[in-house]
Design a protein around this ligand. Structure first.
Ligand code: AMP
Length: 400
């Protein structure tokens, strides 16, 4: 069933609690990259332009001891948000109590308040009590009491049951998705539940073990699964091919065999690889077909594989991509990932979805991010979504 979204709510005059993802990189109080704050603006603006009082909660980093707190304050985030919105934002340096409650009572329609890092609640009097991360029922109930409605726009934490997402939602009459969350549900949820065919998944990255759940789930739904990256060579080993010094998960070879048997020709492995003598951008390297020669490790898919993958992708109507095709951090082994990224950007009739993590970095590096239908904001959350798991943060959003 479709989920309630913020545009279904009448927010006028309401205290709108909003779980946003303001988990930005921050060092010595300086924000490294404000993408996540920028990404949250549409939902925040919608609420305040429609006369709601926006009360924003987010976690920032991991708080495990008292000393972690000062460096992980939300204050600089509130300041940046104020600059981006071009209006004052009230920052409250606490997560509960009278100061917070009074500040909320003093809000006018259209005002914005940011409370302190929700994970400050994980440490009380020096003890690591995990009230936020452990979804302490009293904490979720308390936060819920501060607002009239709840909007969850933090997809990146949707795979976790925390007090600030699931805890609040379970104490609220109505929880709606924000626009970012809505887009994740539409695209990733849509691909998993109801894809337009042909549906092609491209899975790369280092390890089979990280992607096993995704492969399993998508084998039942996709028309083809293209495999690249380091996990290729565990599959090569399972087929009895030579892998030289390539990355391999020996304890996953049997599992890889089972997957190959089950998948038949649905699963496509690269036919050629760029191999190097060392894990080093400057090492001697060459392209080989099939077996990886002794003394070499495979660090990228080769040009023939790229062409074969593109041939499968060109007719796709839905594409999900998760994980690089090679060690794209090194320029000599980045070609496979970059070529696939570029090609996906040219597919105009397909829904193209990048499932977070390193493939997102590759797409951004290429400057083609705006040519994709959807680039997920959550690494772990998008993987679990692709595995077909129910994400507690999404399950807790009200149905329409
Ligand atoms: P993941 O986080 O599982 O998506 O894996 C991403 C990492 O896999 C990147 O840091 C890549 O450098 C690495 N990777 C991709 N292909 C290979 C390969 N053939 N050998 C070793 N590492 C690889």
């Amino acid at each position: 069933m479709a989920k309630l979204t913020v545009s279904d709510l009448d927010v006028k005059g309401k205290k709108v609690l909003m779980r946003v993802d303001f988990n930005v990189p921050i060092k010595d109080g300086v924000i490294g990259n404000d993408n996540r704050i920028v990404a949250a603006l549409p939902t925040i603006k919608y609420v305040i332009e429609n006369g709601g009082k926006a009360i924003l909660l987010s976690h920032l980093g991991r708080v495990k001891k008292e000393e972690d707190k000062p460096g992980l304050s939300m204050r600089p985030v509130a300041e940046r948000l104020s600059n981006l919105l071009n209006k004052p934002v009230t920052f409250v340096p606490t997560t509960e109590g009278k100061q917070l409650e009074d500040a909320i009572d003093g809000l006018n329609d259209g005002d914005v308040l940011v409370m302190e890092n929700t994970r400050y609640e994980d440490v009380k009097d020096g003890e690591y009590v995990k009230r936020e991360s452990g979804n302490d029922p009293e904490l979720g109930k308390y936060w819920a009491s501060l607002g009239d409605v709840f909007v969850n726009d933090a997809f990146g934490t949707a795979h976790r049951s925390h007090a600030s997402n699931v805890g609040i939602a379970s104490n609220m009459a109505q929880t709606a998705a924000g626009f970012l969350m809505e887009k994740e549900i539409t695209f990733i949820g849509g691909a998993v539940d109801n894809p337009e065919h042909p549906f092609v998944a491209i899975l790369g990255g280092a390890k089979v073990s990280d992607k096993i759940g995704v492969i399993d789930n998508l084998l039942a739904k996709a028309d083809k699964i293209l495999i690249g990256g380091g996990m290729t060579y565990t599959f090569y080993a399972a087929k009895g091919m030579k892998i030289g010094n390539s990355l391999v998960e020996k304890d996953k070879i049997d599992l890889a065999k089972e997957i190959l048997d089950k998948a038949g020709d649905k699963l496509v492995l690269p036919s050629d690889s760029v191999v190097a003598e060392k894990f080093d951008n400057d090492a001697a390297h060459k392209t080989v077909e099939g077996d990886i020669p002794d003394g070499y490790m495979a660090l990228d898919i080769g040009p023939k594989s790229v062409a074969e993958f593109e041939d499968v992708l060109k007719d796709a109507k839905t594409v999900v991509w998760n994980g690089p095709m090679g060690v794209f951090e090194m320029s000599n082994y980045a070609e496979g990932t970059l070529e696939i990224g570029k090609f996906l950007g040219t597919l105009k009739d397909a829904k193209t979805i990048v499932g977070g993590g390193d493939s997102t970095a590759a797409v951004q590096q290429l400057g083609v991010a705006d040519q994709f239908s959807h680039i997920s904001t959550g690494g772990g959350a998008s993987l679990e979504y692709l595995e077909g798991k129910t994400l507690p943060g999404i399950a807790a959003i009200s149905d329409k």
